[in-house]
Design a protein around this ligand. Structure first.
Ligand code: NDP
Length: 300
């Protein structure tokens, strides 16, 4: 299969490209910078979609970049890097003479309202709770393709991911050093849900989506099955056990708010209990269904 990946040069994109190539697929990346086996967003806008069977969008400015202040300008960059790249791809798919079979957008479980008690499946409502949930709503809306005679040849799947745990990027490497120095601990109350997925499972799920014989379509929650009950405190204990380091300290909520600003602090101080119901019904099996197995694989 020929697979085109927007933002394929990042943390998830590099692991996904590696897995796709291992499975015999041909990968082309869309980036802001030209290079080998890459095209640019300007190329897609000007020349349209290159011949491909699946398109996946992973482009997005890092929301939790602690070096960037949460200004109006940075918020607009966070939004535009997701919404405009997705719009570019959905418009190119709609214009393509030979449209691809699959169109996959990776968004986030931040779509669902933060709650310590409510459990969310792919059918649960959301999209209007806070900055992140409105972002996911708008991001997913622009991915929608126009119908011809009530049908569309390209099937759209929206993959709502939890925190992706991997060695080479995402949240885990930045969390490791305080734990290694015995300075780790819970964030805020520690009772906030911690929806997560191992990078290998996310990449396998994306392959499962585009390789599925009948296609999947609709929404898939990309979180481990144990995410429905894992909290920040469970994650802290599991990481402390895996690293054999104590984790007595805690970071108070006001410090996170001061450092990151309210919108971003919400992402760390609140969370969603998410169930991968449709994901499991689609026949997907997780290699790492719980924190102990995922952290053992990542840290050993
Ligand atoms: P990365 O930050 O590692 O990579 C994303 C890619 O997006 C970059 O390689 C870059 O490609 C491109 N990009 C960055 N800024 C911009 C911009 N301003 N305009 C256009 N493109 C830009 O992200 P991840 O791989 O971690 O995440 C991929 C997607 O998955 C993101 O949309 C993210 O929101 C989502 N996601 C990630 C989670 C996680 O835990 N990592 C959890 C849930 C969702 P280049 O420099 O080549 O242009």
């Amino acid at each position: 299969m020929r697979v085109l990946i927007g933002g394929g040069n990042g943390f998830i994109g590099q692991s996904l490209s590696q897995l796709l190539r291992k499975r015999g697929h041909k990968v082309t990346i869309i980036s802001r910078k030209p290079g080998e086996q890459r095209i640019t967003w300007v190329d897609v806008t000007k020349k349209g979609l290159p011949p491909c069977d699946a398109v996946i969008n992973l482009a997005g400015e890092n929301v939790l970049n602690p070096l960037k202040r949460w200004t109006e300008q940075f918020k607009q960059e966070v939004i535009a890097s997701r919404v405009e790249t997705t719009r570019t791809l959905s418009e190119a798919i709609a214009r393509a003479e030979n449209p691809p079979r699959s169109w996959v957008l990776v968004t986030g479980v931040g779509y669902y309202p933060p709650s310590q008690t409510q459990q969310y499946t792919e059918d649960s409502p959301g999209g209007d709770a806070d900055f992140l949930s409105r972002l996911v709503r708008d991001w997913e809306n622009v991915a929608q393709l126009p119908l011809t005679d009530g049908k569309c040849v390209t099937q759209l799947t929206k993959v709502r991911s939890g925190v992706v745990l991997g060695r080479t990027g995402g949240a885990l490497p930045t969390m490791l050093w305080p734990f290694r120095l015995c300075l780790g601990g819970i964030v805020g109350s520690g009772r906030q849900p911690f929806p997560w997925i191992h990078i290998d499972d996310l990449c396998r799920l994306l392959c499962h989506t585009i390789e599925h014989e009948k296609g999947i379509g609709g929404i898939l929650n990309a979180v481990s099955p144990s995410s429905a009950s894992d909290t920040n405190s469970d994650f802290t204990q599991a990481l402390s056990k895996a690293l054999r380091r104590p984790a007595f300290l805690f970071t108070p909520g006001f410090a996170v708010q001061l450092l990151l600003g309210n919108d971003r602090a919400t992402m760390l101080l609140e969370g969603q209990r998410v169930v991968p119901e449709r994901t499991l019904q689609s026949g997907f099996t997780f290699l790492y269904p719980d924190l102990d197995s995922a952290l053992a694989a990542l840290l050993n």
